[in-house]
Ligand binder design. Structure first.
Ligand SMILES: NC(=O)c1ccc[n+]([C@@H]2O[C@H](COP(=O)([O-])OP(=O)(O)OC[C@H]3O[C@@H](n4cnc5c(N)ncnc54)[C@H](OP(=O)(O)O)[C@@H]3O)[C@@H](O)[C@H]2O)c1
Length: 230
C-alpha cells in the first residue's frame, strides 16, 4: 500500500540523501514535502526538485514540524549527531500512527572520526535510538542506508537493493513498496529493527569501498526466492 495522495515528509530533505529520495519518489508520482529547519530553504529545495522532475510533480517545502503535521509517512535524513535533538523537538508534531523511516547512520565522522567506521549507539543503532524517541504508536522502520545519494541524484536506474528492517510487519511492507518505486531498486524484508545496526555498518563499509575504489557502490542480495524481492 502507498497512497500517492498521502504526502511523505522528508525531514532534513535539503541534504543530498533526502533530496535524492525525494527526486525519485516525486518522479514516481508520490506527493512529497521537503522538511528543513528553515521553511524557505525547504521551499527552494522543493522548487529545484520540481524543475528536474517536471511541473506535474507534487512537491512542497515546510519547516520540519509543519511537515510532520502534514504527513503520516516521515523519512529522517539528518546527520546522526542531530537525530536525537531533532526528534525530541518534533515529538509533539509527529502524528500517532505515522511511520518514521530512519535512514541515518551513526558514522564516526559525527564525532570527528572516520566515515568508514560506525559509532557504538547504546540502543544498538541509530534507528533503535529513534524508536525510543518517537511518540507511542509511531512505527520506526530502517531503510535506505545503503543507497548512495550520488546515484539517487541521477536519471539512471539504480543497481542496488534496499534492505528494510522494522518490528511492525505492515509498516515494513509499506516501506518496501515505497523503496521499490525507485527504478532499479529491489526491496527485501530484513527482519526486526535490531538488524538496522548491520545495515548501518554496511554503509560504513560501502563508504570505505567507495573511497578505496573511487566509485558509488551499492549492494545486491542474490539467491533468495523471487517472492523475497519487492
Ligand atoms: N549521503 C548519502 O549518500 C547517504 C546515504 C545513506 C544514508 N545517509 C544518511 O542520511 C543522513 C543524511 O545524509 P546527508 O548526506 O543528506 O546529510 P547532510 O547533508 O549533512 O544533512 C542533511 C540535512 O540535515 C539537516 N541538518 C543538519 N544539521 C542539523 C541539525 N543540527 N539539526 C537538524 N537538522 C540538521 C540539514 O537540513 P536543514 O539545514 O535544511 O535543516 C541538512 O541539509 C545521514 O545520517 C547519513 O548518514 C546518507
Amino acid at each position: 500500500m502507498s497512497d500517492a495522495s498521502r504526502p511523505i515528509a522528508i525531514l532534513g530533505g535539503t541534504g543530498p540523501a533526502g533530496m535524492g529520495i525525494a527526486l525519485r519518489w516525486a518522479r514516481a508520482g508520490e506527493t512529497i514535502i521537503i522538511g528543513s529547519r528553515d521553511a524557505h530553504r525547504a521551499q527552494e529545495t522543493a522548487d529545484k526538485i520540481k524543475e528536474r522532475a517536471g511541473n506535474q510533480t507534487r512537491i512542497s517545502g515546510m519547516d520540519n514540524a509543519a511537515a510532520c503535521a502534514a504527513a503520516n509517512t516521515l523519512v529522517l535524513t539528518v546527520p546522526f549527531e542531530s537525530q536525537a535533538a531533532l526528534l525530541k523537538q518534533l515529538k509533539p508534531a509527529i502524528r500517532s500512527g505515522s511511520i518514521l523511516i530512519d535512514a541515518t547512520v551513526a558514522l564516526a565522522a559525527s564525532v570527528g572520526g572516520r566515515a568508514s567506521r560506525t559509532l557504538g549507539v547504546w540502543q544498538g543503532s541509530s534507528a533503535q535510538q529513534a524508536a525510543e524517541l518517537v511518540p507511542k504508536g509511531v512505527n520506526v522502520v530502517a531503510a535506505f542506508h545503503n543507497l548512495s545519494a550520488e546515484l539517487l541524484d541521477g536519471d539512471d536506474a539504480l543497481d542496488c537493493d534496499v534492505i528494510v528492517c522494522g518490528d511492525d510487519p505492515d509498516a515494513s511492507q509499506i516501506v518496501r513498496k515505497l523503496a521499490a518505486k525507485i527504478p532499479g531498486v529491489r526491496a527485501i524484508d530484513g527482519g526486526k529493527l535490531e538488524n538496522a545496526r548491520i545495515l548501518e555498518q554496511m554503509t560504513a563499509l560501502l563508504i570505505g569501498l567507495n573511497t578505496r575504489h573511487k566509485g558509488h557502490g551499492g549492494i545486491r542480495i542474490t539467491g533468495l526466492p523471487p517472492q523475497a524481492y519487492e
